[in-house]
Design a binder for this molecule. Structure first.
Ligand code: PMT
Length: 398
């Protein structure tokens, strides 16, 4: 799922200090062209004015089940029916208890009771309230019923305590919700993806590396997770936050990446090596910082193991995808790697371009298999990731 344009989202706001952050969440859905309706409880109105949500969503806010303008008798039933996703953020202990026990004493709880749509709750409360057995039981009831619980996060709370009870950040909630809006066409599929550069140390302060930012591999992990997969991302050093819901393994050197990949490979269904693994490492790593006494410094490099080549030899029925970063003879060189490394697919990247390959937010790739060659146009790395996943899906379904 590349876009949520046109999806019907209901955000329910209940009475918590985090309600102001829900404005940002609402904005994220609007910016992504979803159709948004906001419903507020009476308590929520004590924390934030309905007009703020009205200004962002562009439509009247649902406040009361007997509101003659918003809810002309049965509109809440229609709303409940049309929703692709209902998110309650923040979700207080009180509203959680009500929906766990089937109450319908306000517009929001009535919508939840009347709906068969996916529901996501983002709890926000005092840490003792969250730890109370009553809340634990209510959350378990909701989880068993298929309600998705996002958070709470750990940190400083409004009541000046600190612990588990903070509402997750709006960006995190938005990202987490995308999986509930997708077709989940990769559910029950385990991905192992590598991303980023490796760093090969020379002395305690110096290393050789390459220009990979990790963006391509992270977007692949993100897209696969949104589409329902279980994803492990083995990443070299990058400045990127780990994608929501993805298991992260952070490594530094090619040897560490090799160890991490080998450990996880047996458990995966699909492995995509998007990392720019250092081909060579310094033969010796000086224990002390190398002094600048010499005019010429010679360093001997030795070859790192080719991780992908090794995986190709033991792949069995796993689906193995490599990337090829080339500055010349793109298709010819990538095709050579496809066969030499015994891959199901290789993604060819012309890294001499300024709008594709290393560090850019866009990419233009060729997806090559033994029988097919597809050239995707220049697009965001997120869309390119979906294009690659679409090709994997098509080939696995053949
Ligand atoms: O991270 P970004 O800034 O977003 O940039 C994305 C990218 C350009 C790094 C990415 O799209 C890409 O092309 N990754 C592969 C880079 C690379 O190392 O290509 P290669 O042609 O040298 O290697 C071929 C394949 O073998 C790759 O899948 C690589 O992960 C793998 N390999 C390489 C060397 C090695 N020792 N072990 C390996 O497994």
């Amino acid at each position: 799922m590349e876009t949520i344009a046109g999806k019907n989202i209901i955000i329910g706001v209940t009475g918590g200090i985090a309600a102001y952050k829900t404005l940002i969440l609402a904005r994220l859905f609007i910016n992504n062209e979803a159709i948004l309706k906001v419903v507020m409880t009476k308590a929520a109105e004590s924390f934030i004015g309905p007009l703020s949500f009205q200004a962002i969503s562009g439509s009247k806010i649902g406040l009361d089940i007997l509101d003659p303008v918003f809810d002309s008798g049965m509109d809440h039933i229609e709303l409940a029916r049309d929703a692709d996703l209902i998110i309650i953020a923040p979700a207080t202990a009180n509203t959680i208890a009500k929906i766990a026990h089937g109450f319908s004493d306000n517009l929001l709880t009535s919508i939840i009771l009347a709906s068969t749509s996916p529901v996501m709750i983002c709890p926000a409360m005092n840490n003792n309230m969250w730890a109370n057995q009553a809340t634990i039981d209510n959350i378990n009831i909701l989880k068993k019923r298929g309600v998705h619980v996002c958070g709470p996060a750990y940190g400083e709370l409004a009541c000046s305590d600190s612990g588990a009870g903070r509402m997750e950040e709006p960006e995190f909630i938005f990202e987490d919700s995308l999986r509930l809006l997708s077709e989940n066409d990769f559910s029950d599929t385990r991905f192992l993806i590598s991303a980023g550069p490796t760093q090969e140390p020379i002395d305690p302060v110096r290393y050789i590396t390459n220009r990979s930012s990790g963006k391509m591999g992270y977007e692949l992990a993100r897209a696969a997770r949104i589409r329902g997969a279980e994803v492990t991302l083995v990443s070299g050093p990058t400045n990127l936050p780990g994608p929501v819901g993805v298991e992260m393994i952070n490594i530094r050197t090619a040897k560490e990446m090799s160890d991490a990949i080998k450990k996880k490979f047996t458990d995966c269904d699909i492995c995509i090596m998007a990392a720019a693994v250092g081909d060579y490492r310094s033969q010796k790593q000086s224990e002390q910082k190398i002094k600048k006494d010499m005019d010429v410094l010679n360093i001997n490099f030795e070859k790192n193991p080719d991780i992908l080549l090794g995986l190709g030899k033991q792949k069995g029925d796993k689906f193995l995808v490599g990337f090829a970063a080339e500055t010349q003879d793109l298709i010819k060189n990538a095709t050579k790697k496809l066969f030499k490394k015994n891959l199901n697919m290789i993604v060819a990247n012309d890294v001499s371009r300024t709008d594709a390959g290393f560090q850019t937010n866009t990419n233009q790739v060729h997806i090559l298999t033994e029988k097919t060659a597809i050239k995707l146009p220049l697009m965001s790395k997120f869309r390119a990731a979906h294009g690659i996943l679409n090709s994997i899906k098509a080939m696995r379904n053949e």
